[in-house]
Write a new protein. Sequence first.
Length: 485
Amino acid sequence: MANLQGRTTAVRVAGTDASAVVEDVAGGDVPVAAVGSTGVRALEPLLVATHDGESAFVANADAGDVEAAVAALGDGDLPDGADARVSHGDTPTSLPAPDLDGFAGDRAALARCGWIDPRDPEAYDAAVGFSDADADAVIDAAADLRGRGWGDWSQDEPLGDLWAGVRERDDPAVVVVNAHGNPGDALLLESDPFAVLDGANAAARAVGADAVFVYASEGDDAAAASAHAAADAGDFDVPVEVVEGPAVYRAAEPTMAIEAIEGNHRLEARLRPPGPEVEGVYGDPTVVHTARTYAHLAGALAGASSDSRVVSVTGDVATPTTVELDESATVADAVDAAGVGEYTAACVGGKFGGLTRDLDVALAPDALSVNDLGTEGVVEVLGADECPVAFVGRRANVASETNCGRCVPCREGTTQLTEKLRDVYDGTYDEEGIEELSRVMASTSICAFGRDVPRTVRTAMDEFDDAFEAHAAGDCPTGACTGEL
């Protein structure tokens, strides 16, 4: 890997598979390096040729594009035919985001994704500087920071009081980085792992921890590889161990993450109380937060704002992407970055988020929650020909087949919910029965998996009650279900 520090002329190729593009290219006097993904994977490998305070971007680059860029930079020019150009300072420490589909907002937590070498601690140190804040300063920073995502034990809540309580306990604590399943968490772990580990290391100082565990999905190979490399290369206060868990949605639930870290093969949600802050990994007090949360903490300790939200946009869009926007921005702003035409709705908040046709809702967690939308940081767009009744039926079925089985409200409730949604296709729309079942599941399930599943159905019924009525009468307004009615 070429050393990019302080170099005003360089070629970077961003993307999970960038190494394959640059491995046979001899840069000579022009450093050539593969870096992590930018989050806009549809444009990757994304070539970034930098010279004399300007960068040229070439999307979906191959080895020939890299060779052409090296030749142009060797002659003192930027390559011809670039998809975008950005002027900037001589030695920027973060990606100068181009005016290309998939990019939007001011990147803070994502600032270095696709720019610095994710396996080089000196690159992160030069760009940001590892935090040496003492425990009190870290807890002060955490007081204003809310947990990001359903894999965070402090989802949408400030961290400070929880951490102060953990620090007061006699037993050594454990810090868990939950990077399982969420595209934004996986991106940060892949492309800027030292930011995540810097935040986790600071958290360890704050709560008196003697170990950090990074928990990744077995399906996120690049994220796990970067985490392993960073754990080995970094100089942290406590040991860092990387654990991979099964690539199933429920495995991101914080107590199931702890089960996986302990080596249990059957992952079940733990009863609470006590919560992990009292009895977590191997019985020790444990704080469980997502990679996004720790990256925002590292940024806050370096003086950056923590008021942005990392949002991944998927589904029927032109350019699936992960963007970072201020909390005051809207779901529509995130979706616009991905490019969307006619759509039926958006599922906001992950696999079991809320369905809405109105995207003019702020990304702040309070605004999302009051509109019965999820705060997981994932927006899935349903295309114009996608049936919302079929969509929620599939989600309920997934929940019935993949729940952990620990509690009756979720185990039996998801099965009954799936059956009631199938009954709609047979002519029976039991609206009151579905609403009551959803209420019981949401109020009595022991973890967020069972509590969140009803939201998808509940919001679909609120937005598309006429579609449910039509299906019960033998008609699908979109035509997608005609063969099943």
